[in-house]
Design a binder for this molecule. Structure first.
Ligand SMILES: O=C(O)CCC(=O)C(=O)O
Length: 391
């Protein structure tokens, strides 16, 4: 079966998103066709016929090796790793600034100190960690447990959106448009619009109620942080309450399978987030890296903390004061890794306008921003993002 592949991007991760869109195009038939695979469907057993190999679609593992076989064959991995080593080179492992949010409930001096630290880290790093954040440990653990279960479903179910009842295209894996190993994201994800979460029934009820509890808790935290960040740039505003509703936000559950050619391929390609801010819960494996002072640094995992990072919209809204910083995930040869990201987004018609004049960026709607990102990815293969909106 032959399916047209349009290179169209959606929300946050351009290359992945192209895949998601393709999935939407393939509602009938519902299995993906990327590269030169042929899909063969046998009553209960669905096999992917790939260059003379049959892949067991009942296994949970996405067929990375088979799908990217041509790219593996094209490159001598050892040579490739050596020549690309500068791309993966990390200068050091650092702990991000850790901010104790319990001080927000203390006296004025401590509260103000805490707010100052949040703003300072957002300006200097674009990233920080929060402890005593108020999200109960049980909710985080339950979320992780349900996430692991969702990824353990057969690949066939994940890729056909069977059973989980998410909207079409929520499940993503790899990078269909990759033309070399350096462009592959060795990971799978459920990228779920939160408008979809409530009311999911059937098999997914535990997952959906866990997601609801998780997102309710983290959305309160996101609102609180956004209001502090607004206040610290002189903007006491109801903007976030009015525009960033639970239904306009997204949750992404990530899984990074062990990667036999690590570190020759990314778990997630370098990117910035197209939101106001992101709240990330990661496990103890590590792999997240970010750019600090022009160099990639590895983030030391802290199991007590949630990671917060500033997205493109806050950078624009703050006129460049808060920084949306490029980040990526590197693979691990032996261990699988999980993370859960909550993207704090406004509705599409929300106007993003710097609160200071003269403004570095022209005003734009979130919908316009996303559309431009989609067009750029379609045209150039990658997101351009905020530089497009410079005055
Ligand atoms: O898994 C991580 O540590 C980062 C995830 C991420 O950057 C994303 O989902 O956009």
């Amino acid at each position: 079966m032959q399916v047209a592949l349009n290179n169209i991007e959606s929300n946050f991760l351009p290359l992945w998103s192209a895949f998601a869109f393709r999935m939407q195009e393939q509602l009938v038939p519902k299995l993906q066709h990327c590269c030169s695979e042929e899909m063969v469907v046998y009553s209960n057993s669905i096999l992917l016929h790939h260059q003379n190999q049959h892949l067991d679609m009942e296994s949970p593992e996405p067929p990375f090796q088979a799908t990217y076989k041509a790219l593996f064959d094209d490159s001598n991995i050892d040579e490739k790793q050596t020549s690309d080593s500068h791309v993966f080179e990390v200068i050091e492992e650092r702990e991000l600034p850790v901010i104790d949010l319990s001080r927000l409930n203390c006296g004025e001096v401590e509260r103000e100190d805490c707010k100052r630290e949040i703003a300072a880290a957002s300006k200097e790093w674009g990233f920080f960690q929060v402890v005593n954040h108020g999200i109960p440990r049980e909710i985080l653990e339950q979320m992780r447990c349900e996430q692991v279960k969702a990824f353990k479903r057969p690949f066939r179910e994940k890729v056909t959106d069977e059973g989980l009842n998410f909207s079409v295209g929520c499940y993503r894996w790899g990078t269909p448009s990759a033309t070399c190993l350096g462009q592959v994201s060795w990971s799978e994800a459920f990228h779920v619009p939160l408008a979809d979460v409530s009311g999911l029934g059937g098999l997914t009820s535990t997952l959906s109620s866990t997601m609801e509890q998780f997102t309710t808790a983290v959305s309160d935290l996101a609102q609180k942080l956004a209001e502090i960040l607004a206040e610290k740039i002189g903007h006491n505003s109801t903007f976030f309450k009015e525009n960033c509703l639970p239904s306009s936000c997204y949750l992404r559950m990530n899984r990074y399978p062990p990667c036999p050619i690590s570190p020759g391929v990314f778990g997630l390609m370098p990117h910035t987030d197209s939101d106001f801010l992101t709240i990330l819960h990661q496990d103890e494996i590590g792999g997240l890296q970010l750019v600090k002072d022009g160099k990639w640094i590895a983030v030391k995992p802290n199991q007590e903390a949630l990671i917060i990072n500033i997205g493109d919209l806050f950078q624009a809204w703050s006129n460049g004061d808060y920084r949306s910083v490029e980040h990526r995930v590197v693979t691990n040869k032996l261990a699988e890794r999980f993370s859960t990201a909550y993207f704090f987004c406004p509705s599409y018609d929300t106007i993003i306008q710097s609160c200071v004049e003269p403004s570095v960026y022209r005003q734009f709607s979130f919908g316009e921003f996303r559309k431009q990102v989609q067009e750029d990815v379609k045209r150039f293969g990658h997101k351009i993002g905020l530089p497009r909106f410079l005055v």
